[in-house]
Structure formats: C-alpha cells, structure tokens
Design a protein around this ligand. Structure first.
Ligand code: AMP
Length: 411
C-alpha cells in the first residue's frame, strides 16, 4: 500500500518521501487507518516492523489538520529507555520536518541544561513529547507540565516498560492526563499483564497483531491436560514409547529444569540440562554432546528457545506452558527444521489453562488434546475460560473491550 492512499497532509507526505518510505509496512497499513478514525489500538509489533511511523504519521497528520491547544502537550509517547526516546524523536524530526508540528524528547540522565530546556518546553506546551516514565513523572510532580489539551497517549514497548518496573509511574502519569483521549499501546509480546494494563487504559480498542509468526505447518502439535503431579510420570511414559533421535524439553524455570533432569537421570535415558546457572563453557559442552548425539534428551529453559541451530530434533516437549504465543512458536520451532517432521507436545496444568487458551487464540487454532493414559488416573477437564484463579474470583472470559461509554476523538 502506497503512502499516498492515506490522504495525508502534503507537508507530511514530503517528510515521508524525504525519509525514503514508499510503501507502508503491514503494521502501518493496519494501524494508521484506525488511528485516523480516532480508535484506541493495541498492537503487537516488534521493533523493525515500522511501528514507530505507524503511530507518528497519523498523530502528526491529526495535529496538523485539527484544532489543538497550543499551550499544552497534544501527544505523549511513553517509552522504556532513553535510547528509544532519542530514536523516536529523530524519526519524528524527519517525518515532521516540513510541518510546523513541534516535538521534544524527555529522558533521564541529562544535565542541568537539558532539564531547563525540558521544563521550558513542557511549561509552554509541545505538540509531541516522547518521554521515559520516571523523568516525565518528575516533571509532572513539579506542577508546570501543561496537559490540559492532551489528546493522544502512546505506550511503546509496553511489555518492556512493565518488565523494567514502570507500571506505577505509568499509572501516575495517566492519572494526570485528561480522561478523554485516544490511546495506542504497542508491545512485542502480549502476556497477561499487558492485557490487564490494556483493559485499564484503552477504550474499546482495535487489536492489530503483527508479530506472531505462525508455526511451521509440518509440526504436529499436541497437548496433554494434566495435574502438576502427572507431569514427570507422563514425560517418562512419552520418552519410553519410542526411540526419538533428539528431544528438547522446555521448562519455564531453572528449578524445574534441574528437578526434571534429576528425575530423568534415574532412568537409562541419556539426558542433561542447560540453563543460565551453568558457565558458558559447560553450556557449550552440553550443546555439543546434544548435537553429536551423545545425549539425546536435553532439558532447557527458554535460553534455548531462540536461534539454536540443530536440525534433527524430532520432539519438543513443553513441560510448562510458555509465557506467550511468541515463546510457544519459538520453542516448537526447534523441531521440524529443514526437511524433517517433528512433534511438539505441551503439558497444560490447571493453572496454565487460561494462558494456553490465549496462545491458541493468538495462533488462531486449537491444539489437539490427547487423553492422558488411564494408568495416570483422572486428568482435569480443559476449560481455559472458566479457570478460577487463586484469589477465588471467577474470572470467566476476559474480554478486552468493556462497555464503559466514552466518546472518542474523531477527526
Ligand atoms: P521501527 O520498527 O519503527 O523501529 O522501524 C524500523 C526501521 O524501518 C526504521 O529504520 C524506519 O525508519 C524504517 N521504516 C519504517 N517504516 C518504513 C517504510 N514504510 N518503508 C521503509 N522503511 C521504513
């Protein structure tokens, strides 16, 4: 899709051309029209997809073409690191070069001069402010930041911001913003905590999903719905059924890697473990033994889920349900590489059902559930939407959209 099809302001089009962009990337193609329509958006898109321009372009266009309060910040873009703030500010400068839209990056670590400049811009009002959470909150707490005319909030790399512990700062900043505004949230991954954040901040959001790569069609995906206590006997059972050339077993924690490896070592299986507690040289040695076939079973944390290049893995077992869809795809993608076929089996315990349900939703398919063999006793039902969490409150299906009526900026 050509940028000319968005009907952008001609000065903005000049900036786009000067930046060397011709065709919109998929995330831009999907996000830009939604933002122009005034919709809230939650987008899963990683760095490199063109996500920055996906929010900057419609924001710049909106700021040019609708009345704004020139004594206020109009758009606030919150990002996790100063490097990202600087990078986005540079993008902004390039794209808005031929327009009158102003912008400033506000981030920690600057000297007194930078602070004075930031204070001046924030007191006078800048059209677009790109900031890190801590520094922005420090300015807001001093009382001079003009936010009364704010219309747009962007949270970029939201998963990283939560991982870095910025949740409280973000919520405090949001409390200082006008309630009526358009919100955009970008995140490389969509774990539960991001969906919860989205539920608090976004209003009737449209969802755009770019980053989830589909797993290789050749992988046979299966799952067992089990109680935690059934996992170890079931692994042993599966490994005893057939001689697999190479088996990779993923656990979500180092503790369960070590525990499972200990258990499997009691059998005749040639097994070892790999995780971040091991020295690099030991990790390399274990990997070499696995590649050469001296070991045929490797129990690993997610350090091995991306990028390792071993072609003949016939079976991947997810001893725990991975964090999110992206991790699932990466883990099972270790099998069925090159021309070979492969099987991926996931164990879903009761407390992991909801997470697996979300993964299935992201994959756009359900994974075949294999009945647990009778000798292991009764197994749980699979019902990912009816899981009752530890706090005892029935969660049911957790939709993103809620019905609180809000008017949305339409331009
Ligand atoms: P981002 O994912 O936003 O970090 O962008 C990744 C890179 O792609 C940046 O260097 C952008 O300048 C570039 N880029 C973004 N959109 C386009 C586009 N439509 N055409 C060509 N390059 C682009």
């Amino acid at each position: 899709m050509k940028f000319t099809e968005f009907n952008f302001n001609e000065n903005l089009v000049e900036g786009i051309q000067a930046s060397g962009y011709e065709d919109a990337t998929p995330v831009q193609e999907q996000v830009i029209p939604l933002v122009l329509q005034g919709k809230d958006v939650i987008a899963s898109a990683q760095t490199g997809t063109g996500k920055t321009a996906a929010f900057l372009l419609p924001l710049i266009n909106n700021i040019i073409s609708a009345p704004i309060d020139h004594h206020s910040i109009t758009a606030l873009v919150i990002v996790p690191t100063r490097e990202l703030a600087v990078q986005i500010a540079q993008h902004m400068e390039g794209l808005s070069y031929f327009t009158s839209v102003s912008s400033i990056a506000v981030y920690g670590g600057g000297d007194g001069n930078a602070f004075v400049q930031e204070k001046k811009a924030l007191s006078a009002g800048a059209d677009v402010v790109i900031c890190t959470p801590g520094k922005m909150l420090a300015h807001i707490n001093m009382g001079y930041v003009k936010l009364q005319g704010l219309k747009y909030l962007v949270l970029d790399e939201a998963d990283r911001m939560l991982d870095m512990g910025f949740y409280d700062d973000i919520m405090r900043i949001i409390q200082a913003l006008p309630a009526k505004r358009q919100n955009l949230l970008f995140s490389a991954t969509m774990p539960t905590k991001i969906r919860e954040l989205a539920r608090k901040i976004l209003h009737h959001p449209e969802e755009v999903n770019i980053s989830i790569s589909k797993p290789n069609e050749k992988i046979i995906q299966l799952a067992y719905v089990v109680y935690d206590t059934q996992k170890i006997p079931l692994v042993k059972y599966i490994l005893g059924q057939k001689e697999f050339s190479s088996v990779l077993i993923f656990c979500s924690s180092k503790i369960s890697v070590k525990q499972l490896n200990r258990e499997l070592r009691r059998t005749t299986l040639k097994v070892d473990e790999i995780h971040s507690d091991l020295e690099q040289s030991k990790r390399e040695e274990v990997l070499m033994h696995f590649k050469s076939g001296r070991l045929n079973i490797l129990v690993a944390t997610d350090i091995l889920s991306r990028g390792i290049d071993i072609d003949n893995i016939g079976l991947v077992i997810n001893y725990d349900v991975p964090h999110d869809g992206e991790d699932y795809v990466h883990r099972i993608g270790r099998t069925a590489r090159a021309a070979a076929d492969g099987t991926a089996i996931t164990f879903i315990s009761v407390k992991e059902q909801r997470k697996f349900g979300q993964i299935e939703k992201l994959l756009g398919r359900t994974v075949t559930k294999v009945p647990v063999p009778e000798q292991f006793g009764e197994a749980p039902e699979y019902n990912p939407t009816a899981f009752i969490p530890r706090d005892g409150k029935k969660s049911g299906k957790k939709p993103f959209r809620h019905n609180k009526d809000r008017s949305v900026n339409k331009r």
